[in-house]
Design a protein around this ligand. Structure first.
Ligand code: MLT
Length: 232
């Protein structure tokens, strides 16, 4: 398998299969939302675009955040705990988050687009292990590097090695060295991240989000957003 890694969504990704990572919190949240029956996800660059999509269809919800908080007029913020089956089953999510949405948009050319995080790492590996070429896109933070996304990419590569030879580009080799060895290291990487500290300073609900985002393999599903209605 040939693997290339983008440490931030700096350009459009040209690969048959793209794995998009925003551990804190977008791809963790979208994995939960799809597991609770959300029909599809439309990433948007701006909140205004998400609101416009919502206003055009009553089966669409405006979702996401700015500065970690739900945008005024939105239906949902960016906490995985908000995306319950009652709220999202059968709905399309017009999703505007600061970094995660940009990473999903950078991967829009890929035939398969799979949101990944620590919560569904094992399921993602199962889903992509037969691929010949994979691009892993880290959301990062405002176009820069984020350790938790890079470490998650490294963990996926470490686990994929069990399924065959990996032809890794330099960034893939770099993140491979960051792969956490066990659930305790995952928790240390996530809870020690700059963005985690920002979120945790915003209150108990955000602390709970961070704790969940640091839970390895808590969700046994990986979804392909490129499928019209996200298919498990
Ligand atoms: C993002 O997409 O930038 C993050 O998911 C923001 C957040 O944690 O709400």
């Amino acid at each position: 398998m040939r693997i290339s890694v983008w440490l931030a969504p700096v350009a459009d990704v040209d690969a048959p299969c793209a794995v998009v990572i925003d551990v804190l919190r977008a791809t963790t949240t979208l994995t939960v939302a799809l597991g609770n029956g959300a029909r599809s996800v439309i990433p948007t660059r701006t909140p205004a675009e998400a609101l416009a999509l919502r206003d055009r269809s009553r089966d669409t919800l405006a979702c996401g955040e700015r500065d970690g908080r739900m945008v005024a007029g939105f239906d949902l913020g960016n906490s995985p705990f908000e995306y319950t089956r009652e709220r999202v089953a059968g709905k399309t999510l017009a999703f505007a988050s600061t970094n995660g949405s940009l990473a999903l948009l950078a991967a829009r050319g890929a035939r398969r687009r799979i949101p990944a995080a620590f919560v569904n790492a094992r399921a993602v590996v199962e889903r992509i292990r037969a691929e010949r070429e994979v691009a892993i896109v880290c959301a990062g933070k405002l176009g820069g590097f984020s350790l938790e996304d890079a470490a998650c990419a490294g963990l996926l590569i470490a686990r994929l090695e069990a399924h065959g030879a990996i032809d890794a580009d330099p960034a893939a080799r770099f993140v491979r060295a960051l792969a956490p060895a066990d659930p305790a290291e995952v928790r240390a990487v996530v809870e020690g991240a700059a963005h985690a500290r920002d979120l945790m300073s915003m209150g108990e609900a955000y602390r709970r989000d961070v704790e969940f985002c640091a839970t390895l393999d808590a969700v046994d599903q990986a979804w392909d957003l490129a499928a019209s209605s996200a298919a498990p």
